[in-house]
Design a protein around this ligand. Structure first.
Ligand code: NAI
Ligand code: MG
Length: 495
């Protein structure tokens, strides 16, 4: 059920391969597996067991039993918080192994996994551990004839489905609030990145969570994912991934009227006004689209630049990309950009680049594969100019290191361009005019706005979208709302 692996950085560990159900790793019922590929070398790392609908049923039954069991149900919030703090400590102690697995399986730079992603997991667990005994109801005074109060109750069994761009962080964003509120969980990982969270599963057991509280499975979306969403004993579904799959999940969840939260796609604008600090705007524009190989739902993938600073901005942005976007082996310290996660994503990104060329945009930088030693799903950081709002590269989520720059004349035009999309996840704007900054922030249709920065995500601040970018919020205090019911209790004081 485990295999010994050694990474190029010399790190060795015992990698679990099974489905983590009831605190044990088990085979899938028909012993089916799928391979995980290292996107840097295109070689197979190992194969993991993939859940069937029957296995999902087993996992849900374990979670349902654990939900009712005194070992979890009778814990106080303080005690649940203590378990979560223990898990956070174990994640921190195992930071190097976790970062190594993430780098190997996902292709993201080791330095980023170690200094950003793994700490984020521990931070999210600690943050929600703190809330576990500070999330309670109200007494509502309606006069002496009635005593009324509310209790926050866990929802039950939560089915959670995550993508491959941030395998550890997306899991933490979902597990943190769910466990804080006293739910139990069946978490389905993405097929492309099945490994890091299986290692965390070992830590869940070591932290002392009762069996069945946290179940972590691999499996195909259409098989295991769909079975989880449709399962009659799953009370809630939380999903992060594509808008198309989000819509399918919504449809499937309607049969049993499940509570859902969805974090889906985006085509987030970054607006640079004439009065902006152009160098600052260029720095954040680079971070906002080129980080994580461009595989970020909130990536600011459309740069809207006012005419007066257009040439200066484009020159400055081009220089930043050339200087900072070092493409290479993700285990190398100097690497900023590793490979795309899979061949399918690599081809998809190159397909969008091709469409940009065909529709008449100008490739200012990149526009082609960037293999390392002849291997890997690497795409050169790509910048398009002479972009029209009708072009696919301006309208559709590319999910790669590829950005479209367009110019505008007036603030009104910028807001129209920014909002002319079916998405509404993030938006960034650069100006030195405080009044304009707050005015435009209010006008942009997005769940999150960054003034003079981009993609500045913070576990203490709500994250989520409007329009077709999703439903509900994760992180912050707002993230708790998705994981409890408010029960109202009326007591007749005249009885
Ligand atoms: P996807 O949305 O199909 O997959 C995400 C998760 O959903 C995976 O765990 C998958 O197994 C599961 N899933 C797939 N079909 C399902 C179904 N019918 N029922 C239940 N679960 C299901 O995304 P995919 O195919 O990996 O990527 C395609 C595109 O989606 C990307 O190019 C990108 O544009 C977007 N995407 C957006 C993400 C975000 O953070 N918002 C993350 C990943 C992808
Ligand atoms: Mg992989």
């Amino acid at each position: 059920m485990e295999v010994q692996l050694t990474a190029p950085n010399g790190k060795m560990w015992s990698q679990p391969l099974g489905l983590f159900i009831n605190n044990e790793f088990v085979k899938s019922s028909n012993e089916q597996k799928f391979a995980s590929i290292n996107p840097t070398t295109e070689e197979e790392i190992c194969s993991v067991f993939a859940a069937t609908a029957d296995d999902v049923d087993t996992a849900v039954a374990a979670a349902r039993k654990a939900f009712k069991d005194a070992s979890w149900k009778s814990l106080s919030g303080t005690e649940r918080g203590a378990l979560m703090l223990k898990l956070a400590d174990l994640v921190t102690q195992n930071a190097e192994v976790l970062a190594t697995i993430e780098c190997l399986d996902n292709g993201k730079p080791y330095s980023v996994a170690l200094t950003e992603n793994v700490p984020e997991v521990a931070n999210v667990f600690r943050y929600y551990a703190g809330y576990a005994d500070k999330n309670f109801g109200q007494v509502i005074d309606v006069g002496p004839a009635k005593f009324a109060y509310t209790v926050k109750e866990p929802l039950g069994v939560c089915g959670q489905i995550i993508p491959w761009n941030y395998p550890l962080d997306m899991a933490a964003w979902k597990l943190g609030p769910a466990l804080c509120c006293g739910n139990t969980v069946v978490l389905k990982l993405a097929e492309q990145t099945p490994l890091s969270m299986l290692y965390v599963a070992k830590l869940v057991k070591e932290a002392g969570f009762p069996p069945g509280v946290v179940n972590i499975i691999n499996g195909h979306g259409r098989e295991a994912g769909a079975a989880l969403v449709q399962h009659p004993h799953v009370d809630k579904v939380a999903f992060t991934g594509s808008t198309a799959t989000g819509k399918e999940i919504m449809k499937m969840a309607s049969a049993t009227m499940k509570n859902i939260t969805l974090e889906t796609g985006g085509k987030s604008p970054l607006v640079v006004f004439d009065d902006a600090d152009v160098d600052l705007a260029a720095t954040w524009s680079h971070i906002g689209i080129m980080s994580n190989q461009g595989q970020i739902c909130t990536a600011t993938s459309r740069l809207l630049v006012q005419e007066g600073v257009y040439d200066k901005f484009v020159e400055s942005f081009k220089a930043k990309v050339q200087e900072l976007s070092v493409v290479g082996d993700p285990f190398e310290e100097s690497t900023f950009q590793g490979p795309q996660v899979t061949k399918a994503q690599y081809e998809r990104v190159l397909g969008y680049i091709q469409s940009g060329k065909e529709e008449g945009a100008t490739v200012m930088l990149g526009g082609e594969p960037a293999p390392q030693k002849g291997k890997g799903f690497f795409v050169a950081p790509t910048v398009f100019t002479d972009v029209k709002p009708s072009m696919k590269i301006f309208r559709e989520e590319i999910f790669g290191p590829c950005v479209a720059i367009i110019s505008f004349k007036t603030e009104e035009e910028a807001i129209d361009l920014a909002n002319n999309t079916t998405y509404g996840l993030g938006a960034a704007l650069f100006t030195r005019d405080l009044v304009r900054a707050h005015r435009v922030a209010r006008e942009i249709e997005a769940g999150m706005v960054w003034i003079n920065s981009s993609n500045d995500s913070d576990y203490r601040i709500p994250f989520g979208g409007v329009k077709q970018s999703g439903i509900g919020r994760e992180l912050g205090e707002a993230g708790l709302a998705a994981y409890s019911n408010v029960k109202s209790i009326h007591v007749n004081m005249t009885a």
